[in-house]
Design a protein around this ligand. Sequence first.
Ligand SMILES: N[C@@H](CCC(=O)N[C@@H](CS)C(=O)NCC(=O)O)C(=O)O
Length: 231
Amino acid sequence: MAHKYHLISSVTCPWVQRAAIVLRTKNIPYEITYVNLSEKPDWFLKISPHGKVPVLVVDEQNLFESNAIAEYLDEMEAPKLHPEDPIKRARNRAWCDYVPEFAKMMSGFYYAKDKKELDEAVADAPKKLARLERALTEERGNDGPYFNGPKMSIVDASYAPFFQRFGYMEEVLKSGVLDGFPKVKAWAKTLAGTDSIKASTVANFKGEFVNNLRRRKLWAANLFEGQQAAE
Ligand SMILES: N[C@@H](CCC(=O)N[C@@H](CS)C(=O)NCC(=O)O)C(=O)O
């Protein structure tokens, strides 16, 4: 019998988006509920051990942590996104483990409190991007366009949310930091054009992203001055 999936989300969360991309890539129908993380409802606190999204309610049971959710979905639902080969699969998992470090670097761009912090984030980026460029060169042995080759994987689902937000920043910042990493740049472009990734957020996601910067009074909001906010 097909399982019933209910994703508990917040609009701009990249970790929820990882789960949503996996669900969409596998064409799994799911219900979604958005919670306000600044006023967490009691029902949410009861089902989320860390008080964080995502939570995936599977029938009557709750799963938390985006990586565990992605792994569960890959075990349960076809098609498999992890590679068949155990070594490749373990290496894919290792690159998923690198996401939090990568995310810290990328979010340094939009969570910077002032111009100095943003400049530091730009200066720090090449170190992390070089690791990914090397991974894409050494892991793949083909022209992609995804992390392992022609097929989407959990690695793609995990990095895509951060490249998407970084892409919005680059539209206005134009740091050109990806230019030194052609494989990463091409990968980010592929992810940005992938339907299951485009469908994994609310429709006016860029507006929501910019609203969030404004709400949190982050320095990067200045870069989007004059751009229309989300409704
Ligand atoms: N390691 C977690 C991170 C999830 C996370 O940080 N979620 C944020 C929203 S993007 C959250 O729920 N924050 C609320 C809080 O920390 O109180 C995962 O991968 O699921």
